[in-house]
Design a protein around this ligand. Structure first.
Ligand SMILES: [Zn+2]
Length: 119
C-alpha cells in the first residue's frame, strides 16, 4: 500500500521538485550557451584568429565540444518530455548532487561504471 501523505506535504514536495528542475534547466542552458560558443570559436577559420598564442584546435577538441553540445541538447529535450533525472538504462533516479555537477548525465553512477561492487 502506498504511503498516504497530506496534500500539503505533496504540494511542498512538488514545489521543491519544480524548483530543482528549474535550477537544473538554468544550469543546462548556461552550459549549452558556453559549449556552443566554444564550438563556434573552434570552428573559426584558422587564419582569422591566427596569433602567436593560439594553437590550431585539435580534431579531438572539436569532437569534444560537439559532443558536449549534443549531450546538453539531449538533456533539455528529456526535460521537456518529462524524462529528465532518471538513468536511461535502469531508470533509477539520479541524485541531485550528481545532476548539479553534470546536469547532462544520462546514467546513474552504477550504470556509468563509476562504482565497483564490493566483495
Ligand atoms: Zn542506471
Amino acid at each position: 500500500m502506498a504511503e498516504i501523505r497530506s496534500p500539503r506535504l505533496l504540494m511542498e514536495e512538488c514545489r521543491r521538485y519544480t524548483a530543482q528542475l528549474s535550477e537544473l534547466r538554468t544550469l543546462l542552458e548556461e552550459r549549452l550557451h558556453a559549449s556552443r560558443a566554444e564550438l563556434a570559436r573552434l570552428r573559426e577559420p584558422y587564419h582569422v584568429t591566427l596569433s602567436a598564442t593560439r594553437a590550431r584546435p585539435s580534431a579531438a577538441r572539436v569532437r569534444r565540444a560537439r559532443h558536449d553540445v549534443a549531450a546538453i541538447e539531449a538533456a533539455l529535450e528529456r526535460m521537456d518530455r518529462g524524462l529528465y533525472g532518471t538513468c536511461v538504462r535502469c531508470e533509477a533516479f539520479l541524485p541531485l548532487d550528481r545532476l548539479r555537477l553534470a546536469p547532462h548525465v544520462q546514467l546513474c553512477a552504477g550504470c556509468a561504471g563509476e562504482t565497483r561492487m564490493t566483495a
